[in-house]
Design a protein around this ligand. Structure first.
Ligand SMILES: Nc1nc2c(ncn2[C@@H]2O[C@H](COP(=O)(O)OP(=O)(O)OP(=O)(O)O)[C@@H](O)[C@H]2O)c(=O)[nH]1
Ligand SMILES: [Mg+2]
Length: 207
């Protein structure tokens, strides 16, 4: 199973992204488990209803296990939704445990999907990521691991400038303009995750 970690600031669209991917690969069942333990994964119950565009706040990790792919070739993905990042994430006692879990899973994941609200970038007149976001992206890069940046809220007016800004800051990472409202970019994200899965499976078989 391929592990994909979704990170990003609060309300950057992480949970919606996972739901969009689930819907894109429709009719595939989704297993949801609320924490990271093996037992709970084994006993994870089936929540077909979770596949909706309704977003909800998540305080801890949530695993969504489902198949994604195209052209009849599907791969099992463990989509891991993480805590919404804020400025003082390290000092908030409530968040500390979630941040530990995030970094633990980062060290184990195959693919990182980092969500950045492209509209907000434009609004704040430039890309100013939180320290913890730079650490997360930097960690993946230092390990030469696969990363994707989703420039969410691309449906909003003038998000284009934000997307340009993100691309300029990260020329070496694929940046996908994405909208969880219109579905823009979900197909592209799906294709990229499918091709990464092919590569990862091939490498695992070879080693
Ligand atoms: N217009 C627009 N709204 C979006 C988009 N993505 C998410 N939203 C909305 O933004 C809000 C936050 O989305 P979530 O998916 O909950 O964001 P999140 O990053 O999981 O938030 P936390 O878990 O609180 O950190 C919800 O009301 C979504 O419907 C997008 O691409 N475009
Ligand atoms: Mg969320």
């Amino acid at each position: 199973m391929i592990k994909c970690l979704f990170t990003g600031q609060v309300n950057s669209g992480k949970s919606s992204l996972i739901m969009s991917l689930a819907k894109y690969n429709s009719n595939l069942q989704i297993l949801v488990s609320q924490d990271n333990s093996e037992e709970s994964r084994d006993t994870a119950s089936l929540y077909k209803n979770k596949v909706s565009s309704t977003a909800y706040h998540t305080h801890d990790l949530t695993h969504y296990i489902f198949l994604i792919g195209n052209n009849g070739q599907y791969y099992k993905y463990d989509m891991i939704d993480t805590v919404g990042l804020i400025d003082d994430v390290y000092t908030e006692p409530d968040l500390r445990n979630s941040v530990w879990k995030l970094f633990y899973n980062l060290s184990k994941c195959d693919v990182l999907v980092h969500a950045i609200n492209a509209y907000q970038v434009k609004q704040s007149k430039g890309l100013s990521l939180l320290n913890i976001e730079n650490e997360i992206i930097g960690y993946q890069q230092s390990k030469n691991n696969k990363s994707i940046i989703c420039a969410t809220f691309s449906d909003l007016k003038d998000a284009k400038k934000g997307i340009k800004c993100i691309r300029k800051a990260y020329p070496q990472i694929p940046v996908i303009p994405l909208s969880n409202s219109t579905g823009r970019g979900i197909g592209r994200l799906n294709r990229l995750l499918t091709s990464y899965a092919e590569e990862i499976v091939c490498n695992n078989e070879a080693s």
